[in-house]
Ligand binder design. Structure first.
Ligand code: HEC
Ligand code: HEC
Length: 415
């Protein structure tokens, strides 16, 4: 996993295109309007981004299907097309967290699957699924060679890490849930299947585990893997990522070019990265991609799973005695829009990941869909919401009673 061969020429700061703060694109079809930063402690003016339905639809296609030409890496460098064709059965693919989009399957295939007539232990079945464009986030080009379906090229899309399925058909097979982090996906184990990766790097990749990925290992050689976060619930959040690297399109470009190895350009003088590729298949797609991400709403838990009275008491604690709202402020539950960042020691976090970034500190994570995406904190150090509350109880010296802890957890479940 190295892009050391790619050019890191010159140092020039990339400017975000069409940055929010100016109201963005309004057209006849306004599908969503949000007013954010309404918390009185916020010092910034309210920002409004209006979503245009046709741009959102374009962005959805990019998010789901666009490889930005990254086949040059996943095929030409990593040779994943050979790995899949030779040895990745659907059973293996599902076990490393790959997901199957049931809506892409013709009725005959669904019927055969349901009847147990599909061989899930044959790599040829995986090739068929790729031919049907049914593997979430993995795009294959299949051709008939000597009468046999052959995987010629393969690439990845944003959906690989940031979508999952609802398991409505079978475990790992169902309808797409875009923006939901794939907590089962094991990107390290997948890349480690490549014959092009050195044994030393494979050993690192295999330590990451499901639901985690380190977006800097190939840049700095270190490894402190991050929990794959949701891409939903970000409308109105000024800066994205655990360490507030920049607005959403900054990060999308970083990941596309330096991690997915897309055919595109990305520069950041803070990181000493200046990759210029022509044609650039990334930059022009960022505005639509951003609109799609901003259109992704936070999944809400079933009301029946929440004890309402307990959650109400927890809400009062959250903004009162437990001090949570002093950082998790405003409608998105983060103080990042006021420009605040937090040293690792403020919340008792492991400082190592932040030390590798340009900000050196952590952003207060916007709280959204918490029930959907355990574990918590950038490194997954809290396995459950109970662990989160215990962590703060200790670090902030809150002295919460058992009943108060339960109320706070109940409230967090509603966010
Ligand atoms: C290999 C897995 C992987 C792929 C592919 C991937 N991401 Fe991510 N994404 C991550 C990880 C890990 C992070 C956490 C990085 C951080 O916060 O520092 C992240 C962070 C993000 C965030 C920030 C969320 C937040 O809480 O602020 C957004 C938005 C995002 N990705 C969107 C995308 C888009 C759009 C694409 C396609 C261009 C993409 N990602 C491709 C793994 C991936
Ligand atoms: C001093 C500021 C501060 C206070 C006070 C604070 N938080 Fe946080 N919170 C943060 C930061 C910073 C992070 C990101 C830490 C990381 O990922 O390592 C975070 C992360 C979280 C997360 C993880 C979200 C995710 O998706 O991974 C939860 C849940 C959370 N906080 C809940 C709370 C609760 C509950 C309280 C009150 C008991 C609280 N926080 C108090 C700053 C704060």
């Amino acid at each position: 996993m190295s892009n050391a061969t790619e050019s890191h020429r010159g140092l020039s700061m990339r400017k975000e295109v069409g940055r929010a703060g100016l109201a963005v694109v309004v057209s006849a079809f306004v599908v969503g309007v949000a007013v954010v930063s309404c918390n009185s402690s916020d010092t910034t003016a309210p920002q409004i981004e209006q979503l245009d339905s046709s741009t959102v639809a374009t962005g959805r296609d990019i998010f789901r299907w666009d490889t930005f030409g990254d086949e040059k890496y996943w095929t030409d460098t990593l040779r994943m097309h050979e790995v899949i064709q030779a040895g990745v059965s659907p059973a293996t693919a599902l076990s490393v967290g790959l997901r199957v989009d049931v809506d892409s399957l013709p009725v005959a295939v669904r019927t055969a699957l349901a009847a147990g007539q599909v061989d899930l232990n044959s790599p040829a079945t995986t090739v068929t699924l790729l031919k049907l464009n049914a593997v979430v986030g993995l795009k294959g080009q299949v051709q008939t060679v000597n009468g046999r379906d052959t995987l010629m090229r393969v690439g990845i899309t944003c959906a690989l890490c940031h979508s999952t399925v609802d398991n409505s058909f079978a475990p790992g097979i169902g309808k797409r849930l875009d923006g939901w982090p794939n907590t089962a996906l094991n990107p390290g184990a997948i890349v480690a299947l490549s014959p092009a990766v050195s044994p030393a790097v494979k050993a690192i990749l295999r330590t990451w585990g499901p639901g985690k990925y380190d977006p800097r290992t190939n840049e700095d050689g270190q490894s402190t893997p991050l929990v794959i976060p949701p891409a939903y619930g970000l409308l109105g959040v000024d800066k994205e990522t655990y360490t507030a690297e920049g607005p959403v399109s900054y990060w999308n470009a970083y990941v596309a070019v330096t991690q997915m190895h897309a055919q595109g350009s990305f520069s950041d003088s803070r990181l000493g990265i200046n990759i210029v590729q022509t044609p650039d298949l990334v930059t022009s797609k960022l505005p639509a991609l951003r609109q799609y991400q901003f259109s992704l709403a936070v999944p809400k838990p079933a009301a029946s799973s929440i004890d309402g009275a307990s959650a109400d008491r927890g809400k009062a604690l959250f903004s009162g005695a437990a001090k949570c709202a002093s950082c998790h402020s405003g409608s998105t539950y983060t103080d990042i829009n006021t420009g605040r960042l937090h040293a690792a020691s403020e919340t008792g976090m492991d400082p190592r990941y932040a030390a590798r970034t340009s900000s050196k500190a952590y952003r207060t994570t916007p709280l959204r869909g918490l029930l959907q995406h355990a574990p918590y904190f950038h490194d997954g150090s809290a396995a459950s919401l109970a662990d989160v509350v215990d962590h703060y109880n200790q670090v902030l010296g809150l002295n919460l009673t058992a009943a108060q802890k339960k109320d706070l957890i109940e409230y967090l479940k509603t966010l």
